[in-house]
Design a protein around this ligand. Structure first.
Ligand code: GLN
Ligand code: ZN
Length: 765
């Protein structure tokens, strides 16, 4: 039996890599210093895994920015626009591909970035062209193998497999299919393997997550072709083929027929696949059992994992078993040992958790238990594990009967507004008296360094709560006055009191805990620190009412209340794994519903419930979409449906395509939806137009990601374009998203132009 790891987090327990990269980009340190920090991190991670007792330790899992971009550089898949940069420094070329380059008279855009399957990690999308060539260009994979070898560790290099690499990319011109590039790509993979083997590699891990997704016949044929060729060329190489984030399902036969040494299964995400695999596993194929959750922060249930291991051992024997985390630990925070703040993460909750470092140990202990090695130590670990998990099951912290009863008592009516939109529309028109092309914003106004410093001071205790609130109130008042002065129709309070759109709510909800250092890489040097939902969620008291009511008290104009929706709160947290996600989402929905009711009672007549993460929650396999969308849309409706017909509910979504979920967006039945649209030149609206979407829509008219101030005429032109496909009575005028990352000068200028654009549009009637 072997222990194995698929990948270790590279950011460092104290985000050393983030700091090193950002310092280098800012010109504060040399490249040598950056590369030195990177090497230190790699060696630390290697040694830590070796000392823990991992047999198959990964290399090439490290990355300065992103592992897919690393591979593009390895394969020489460098778009031509970077030619001007030269190849004197591969590191600078690499960062230019990741982040764009604007220096020395050059102006080259970055490569596109997109989400890595259903995680919150983002990768740099490979660009493929008709005449695409590949070469073994960067030697990172060899260098990192040799570095580890010099350090006394023969690693298992990790590389994204050729089929998944092609499928992860994008055709940048018409006239070819990227999967057809496989014949040009395979020889370069063979070259890479040759070099690794020549240097002493025995195992290589090929990540092929697409093998667990929906595949075309062509994709399937490519898998068979590639792995047979590799087998022919290297009969003695031990190939570990890794799938994760889903189950093999209809690809089981294909997967077990590939001539590889070991197949890795994500048994956390899809435990059901084990039976299918065991039924047809061929003689000689080892199975890597991904039993330790690489995507969440809960302690493993040793008893359950040992049952799985035992079941497999009976079928194929212990020697063909590899014990692993479910996927790369890239998606876990680094080290629970650093969590020492009892106030936000109590010892009771902490004992139920495990981060990457602890998960590595879990893998090792599972092997000891299954193999009866190191008996005393393993038995103690098992006892401790059983106690902790039993304590979690029965803890009073987790069980809130009132919440459970409330969830059980939900009726269809709770998820329905009193009247259909066709009736609400007229009631709201009378109540709100808005002009044609009403103007609004998405919620946040600039979170200046000053605003953030107030929160930091409050945390440190250098200002009092009431002083802090005075400062935030003043900022809110100025923002209200600014919006009045330019003639905005529906105002917002500016969200100055919020650190983050999920954390702010999590901190006030029961059932949430927070880590101090539980950072996970999101993209490049950007990390996120998701809250931990450990128990039944409830809302002890108002979370936003005082701020919205205060803002409304300052003006006769309508002030919009601003909330984050249940699906987005769920999606951007670590979620408890002892009840279905849909149940947790429904609990959050009820908490938001209470807030919506309280806002209405406090005189707030328009309430926005943001759901930017609805789309990213979609399951990876299409046939599971229906189930997810049903509960996700229902959760939104539960949160939104307690109000009277006269209260207008908005929702907001960004970075979304809507074509294939437009019916579900319509089922959310928000009176108004605002979407990101400007960067697609209103193309995202087509889905709404084709569907004849009945409710109101605000297609974003300017890109908030850039400091550029759009002209009035530009925005008029975009709205005219929108009005060609959506009746103008249904249209709102607003930016793409919140303004928190912008500065005040451009914000003021852009919104002034935007309101002027709306006035022009009205005057044209
Ligand atoms: N109301 C939030 C804001 O304006 C919405 C942010 C988002 O959609 N990501 O900041
Ligand atoms: Zn947004």
């Amino acid at each position: 039996m072997f222990t194995n790891n698929l990948g270790y987090p590279r950011i460092g327990s104290n985000r050393e890599l983030k700091k090193a990269c950002e310092n280098y980009w800012a010109g504060n340190t040399t490249q040598q210093e950056l590369l030195h920090t990177a090497q230190q991190l790699r060696l630390q991670n290697l040694n830590l895994q070796k000392e823990a007792g991992i047999d198959l330790i990964p290399s090439n899992d490290f990355s300065l920015y992103d592992q897919v971009l690393d591979l593009s550089l390895t394969l020489g898949a460098i778009p031509k626009r970077y030619n001007a940069l030269g190849t004197d420094s591969l590191t600078d070329l690499y960062f230019a591909m990741a982040r764009g380059y604007q220096q020395n008279g050059l102006d080259v855009t970055a490569m596109e970035m997109t989400k890595w399957f259903d995680t919150n990690y983002h990768y740099i999308v490979p660009e493929f062209y008709k005449d695409q060539e590949f070469t073994f260009f960067s030697k990172k994979i060899t260098n990192e193998f040799l570095e580890a070898k010099a350090n006394g560790i023969i690693t298992k290099p990790v590389i994204i497999g050729p089929v998944s690499y092609l499928l992860l990319g994008k055709e940048k011109e018409a006239g070819f299919e990227r999967i057809d590039l496989i014949n040009k790509l395979l020889p370069v993979y063979l070259e890479i393997i040759t070099e690794l083997v020549a240097n002493g590699a025995q195992w290589i891990q090929f990540d092929e997550p697409f093998l667990a997704l929906d595949l075309t016949d062509k994709d399937k044929a490519a898998f068979t072709h590639v792995y047979n060729e590799i087998k022919n060329a290297f009969p003695n190489l031990k190939v570990l083929l890794a799938t994760y984030f889903e189950g093999l399902r209809d690809n089981t036969q294909l997967a077990v027929s590939l001539p590889v040494c070991a197949l890795h299964l994500d048994l956390v995400r899809c435990p059901e696949q084990l039976d299918d695999v065991l039924a047809i596993v061929p003689e000689g194929l080892s199975l890597s059992l991904g039993v330790v959750d690489g995507r969440n922060i809960w302690k493993n249930d040793f008893t359950a994992s040992l049952k799985i291991i035992d079941r497999v051992a009976r079928k194929i024997g212990k020697s063909r078993i590899i014990i692993s985390p479910s996927c790369s630990l890239l998606h876990s925070p680094c080290d629970l040992g650093l969590e020492t703040n009892e106030a936000t993460l109590s010892a009771e909750i902490k004992q139920w958790m495990a981060f990457a470092r602890q998960k590595i140990n879990e893998v090792v202990v599972l092997k000891q238990l299954a193999n009866s090695d190191n008996i005393t130590n393993a038995a103690n670990s098992l006892k401790e594990n059983i106690t902790a998990n039993a304590a979690r099951k029965t803890s009073a912290l987790i069980h809130n009967t009132a919440v459970k009863n409330r969830v059980a008592a939900i009726t269809e009516d709770d998820a329905k507004r009193n009247s259909p939109y066709s009736i609400r529309k007229n009631i709201q028109a009378l109540a709100l008296q808005l002009p044609l092309y009403p103007t609004t914003t998405i919620g946040s106004f600039p979170q200046t360094a000053e605003v953030r410093s107030w929160r930091a001071q409050l945390k440190k205790g250098s200002i009092t709560q009431s002083h802090y609130e005075e400062l935030v109130k003043k900022e809110t008042e100025e923002t209200i006055r600014f919006q009045e002065s330019i003639g905005m129709d529906v105002l917002v309070h500016g969200e100055f009191e919020r650190n983050d759109m999920v954390e702010y709510f999590g901190e006030q909800l029961q059932g949430f805990a927070f880590t101090k250092n539980g950072w996970v890489q999101s993209y490049g040097s950007r990390c996120v620190k998701p809250p931990v939902i450990y128990g039944n969620v409830s809302r002890p008291k108002g979370m936003t009412v005082q701020w919205s009511a205060y803002a409304q008290s300052l003006t006769n104009k309508i002030v919009k209340g601003m909330l984050t929706g249940p699906v987005t709160i769920l999606q951007w947290s670590f979620v408890r794994n002892d009840q279905p996600r849909s149940t947790t989402c429904t609990e959050i929905a009820l908490a938001i519903r209470d807030e919506v009711s309280d806002l209405e009672t406090a005189g707030i007549r328009v309430i926005q419930i943001d759901e930017p993460a609805i789309r990213e929650g979609l399951p990876l396999r299409k046939n599971q979409w229906r189930e997810y969308l049903d509960w996700a849309v229902k959760a939104f409706r539960i949160s939104a449906s307690s109000v009277s017909d006269a209260t207008q509910i908005h929702t907001h979504m960004c970075y979304s395509e809507f074509n294939d979920i437009i019916q579900d967006i319509a089922n959310m039945d928000a009176d108004v939806i605002t979407i990101e649209c400007s960067r697609s030149q209103m193309e995202l609206l087509d889905a709404f137009a084709d569907f004849k979407y009945p409710n109101q829509i605000g297609p974003g008219v300017y890109d908030i990601h850039s400091p550029r101030v759009p002209s009035k005429n530009e925005m008029v032109a975009l709205m005219d374009k929108a009005a060609l496909v959506i009746p103008q009575e249904q249209l709102w005028v607003n930016p793409d998203c919140g303004l928190k990352t912008r500065h005040w000068p451009e914000t003021k200028e852009a919104l002034t132009q935007m309101v002027a654009a709306a006035k022009d549009l009205r005057a044209k009637q």
